[in-house]
Design a protein around this ligand. Sequence first.
Ligand code: PGU
Length: 454
Amino acid sequence: MASSMLSLGSTSLLPREINKDKLKLGPSGSNPFLRTKSLSRVTMSVSVKPSRFEGITMAPPDPILGVSEAFKADTNELKLNLGVGAYRTEELQPYVLNVVKKAENLMLERGDNKEYLPIEGLAAFNKATAELLFGAGHPVIKEQKVATIQGLSGTGSLRLAAALIERYFPGAKVLISAPTWGNHKNIFNDAKVPWSEYRYYDPKTIGLDFEGMIQDIKEAPEGSFILLHGCAHNPTGIDPTPEQWVKIADVIQEKNHIPFFDVAYQGFASGSLDEDAASVRLFAERGMEFFVAQSYSKNLGLYAERIGAINVVCSSADAATRVKSQLKRIARPMYSNPPVHGARIVANVVGDATMFGEWKAEMEMMAGRIKTVRQRLYDSLVSKDKSGKDWSFILKQIGMFSFTGLNKAQQSDNMTNKWHVYMTKDGRISLAGLSMAKCEYLADAIIDSYHNVS
Ligand code: PGU
């Protein structure tokens, strides 16, 4: 019975002449939605209903994730994907940390279930993540002044904070660095939070425009949110020095602004979790109230698990309890409650001294490989480029990326079209996607695009 119904509905029972794959469209009639098709033996009219999605235009490809899509479509074997910030091995393969596999095995052995998590996420994860950030013995933790809830990685956590700002600080502006990670503006736009930029990168010195940054933060309306990259600024790879961080904290405090840290690379910049949290801890020491979004995409290689957190440091435990209740209220209608898998991995790794040590070693290894290819790329550029150009800025940058200065569209087009090197249009390359073996090739591509394309 069921099978006869199926075959009745199948196109194979239609006369061959009107098999829909063989229909050729004829000229349109006066009604644009009514087209006449003339076939050798059958003439038929098909009414094409206007789509209710006619008004929806094609969205442009994402400036970062769209690069990976273009890379996949390229069949040249020399191709190199330096667009997205994702760690690859020397063989340019994705890397799953050994300690992650161990933590996953432990989950299987324990027979962990797949019940819903509470709205705020896994308690053991929330505790571990705040402690990694501030240090376990820190007063803000001991005095329960931090509202932490698990988020959908760095992006989802930033988005929760943006929603909180929109709800409880109406009209307040977020200041973001120029330039910044491509998705920051989208996040605040989507949350309907106004933003403007503060000066950060100085193309003349290929360094930090510290004076410009301080001046812009000073001139922002009191009580603005100042978005800061905790370490390994994306895309420039240029961080303030410890002394500059102190001055940044001074001016933010003076103006009664609210710092908002995006920490997507803790442990990935220097290889040390503590060193990379120094900026955040400086602000915590001062008793300031502030936001910190965290991500485990890079430092634990959990890109697709979407595991991170939003922390709001408050001046009292009571305020933290209220803020947390509102973050949960924002999360509930958006996605109800977060996924458990990545949260358990983090909690297992951090909760076990041996695994925690292994994680740190693997993180150092990854950060170390990036530093080695950075040096090799620099050496290749210096030995191949006879123009006398100073490439030392590459060595001064830290983290996953190098900001090459190839910021003209024709230059990144040349990198891609001629050399099959995929990168973002702002001139950023991800060194985490580069191998030692490809450094010379990349140096040739950069030198060609730099000197021969303007
Ligand atoms: N914040 C910064 C500064 C980032 O660089 C990234 C990731 C995130 C937050 C968000 O990461 P989650 O994966 O949501 O935890 N930036 C990478 C990844 C690709 C992307 O754009 O999402 C990048 O290539 O810039």
